[in-house]
Design a protein around this ligand. Structure first.
Ligand code: SF4
Length: 351
């Protein structure tokens, strides 16, 4: 028996999941369902070691073939550095084939670690840190109660890069709503150009039906963006990013409409901008048709799918049906489809 947390990055799908803390020590972001309803706690090194022993027994026959491990949950580096080092060393002893150990960390937690501590972690084998920055805009970060500032993001991110670890920054186009869309894109790009992480992973915003963000919609302070508007925001973001070594990724998350916008910025920025433009120059009905095709399945489709007359004969009447009694019916349906892909809060009372 061993514990596992509810989420991990898609890139860690094959990784050993080692739970070193439970849930999220901050847990106040108003868009995030993952740990709502459950309390944060630290696990003792002894407890984690018992889990590692049990995993080693369970995976005995192919223990040496396991190549990567991910330390859960949302902010593992809140543990004392000495404790994390002990856990990493023990994990590597029991799983000698490990080539990569990674974890999530909040920017404020990274900021608190000294350069020496991060270097020690890197030398012990912590190879990558996944950070949810969401936005580079101070106003957006405040609205979503992220509990971090742009300065925290830059300082925390740069410390990881300087320690020689790989850095994945997660960003959320659309989370500022229509009124802050431009600022969200420009400020996010400005920070990322300073940090120069190895990965920028795009997580298109979708609102959970139980999210307290609904109240911002009701009072008019948040205007949700549709797919075409979010593609426009991503275009502004990409246009403002430097042609650096960073891998810009829409391809690992199916809530991103154009998953083909994916690649190193120093090689594929022009291609990515042209794909974004290809969608943005479609007629509004074609954009809706493409969104409906994509949102109805997990498959990626080329934008040219909208030039398939047979397919369009099936899709356009569906859009008409959705808009027959409510001009917003199509967008509401798309939002509903998107919300199915979000993690579920672990409570019925998410406030
Ligand atoms: S987004 Fe991250 S920091 Fe915010 S509540 Fe969710 S897990 Fe915690």
């Amino acid at each position: 028996m061993y514990e596992q947390g509810v989420i991990r990055p898609p890139s860690e799908a094959q990784s050993l999941l080692i739970r070193v803390t439970r849930n999220c020590p901050w847990n106040q972001c108003i868009f995030c369902p993952a740990y709502k309803g459950v309390k944060f706690s630290r696990r003792s090194v002894e407890e984690v070691k018992k889990d590692i022993d049990n995993m080693a027994k369970e995976y005995e026959s192919y223990r040496g073939m396991i190549k990567s491990a991910f330390l859960q949950d949302a902010d593992s580096l809140v543990l004392k550095t000495q404790d994390i080092l002990e856990i990493i060393n023990y994990t590597r002893e029991k799983f000698p084939g490990l080539e990569r150990i990674t974890t999530y960390a909040r920017a404020t937690t990274l900021k608190r670690k000294t350069a020496e501590e991060l270097k020690q972690l890197q030398e012990a084998g912590l190879t990558r840190i996944h950070v949810g920055m969401e936005s580079g805009s101070a106003k957006v970060l405040k609205m979503i109660k992220k509990g971090i500032t742009p300065e925290d993001i830059v300082e925390g991110g740069k410390k990881v890069v300087e320690a020689g670890m790989s850095l994945s920054e997660y960003i959320m186009p659309g989370v500022g709503g229509r009124t802050m869309s431009e600022e969200n894109a420009v400020e996010t790009a400005r920070l990322l150009n300073q940090i120069r992480p190895d990965f920028i992973r795009v997580r298109t915003f979708a609102m959970h039906p139980m999210s307290p963000m609904r109240r911002l919609v009701t009072d008019g302070s948040f205007v949700a963006m549709n797919d075409a508007e979010i593609v426009g925001e991503i275009k502004t973001l990409v246009a403002n990013l430097d042609e650096m070594h960073t891998y810009f990724s829409c391809g690992d998350f199916s809530l991103n409409l154009l998953m083909q916008v994916d690649g190193p910025l120093n090689e594929k920025k022009t291609y990515m901008l042209s794909e974004l433009d290809k969608f943005l120059t479609l007629a509004p009905e074609q954009q809706k048709a493409y969104a409906l095709i994509r949102r109805s399945s997990y498959m990626n489709y080329p934008i040219e799918a909208v030039y398939d007359e047979e397919l369009m004969k099936k899709i356009l009447p569906e859009i008409e049906k959705l808009e027959k009694d409510d001009p917003e019916g199509f967008y509401k349906y798309i939002e509903h489809l998107k919300s199915y892909q979000l993690p579920q809060p672990q409570t019925d009372d998410w406030n």
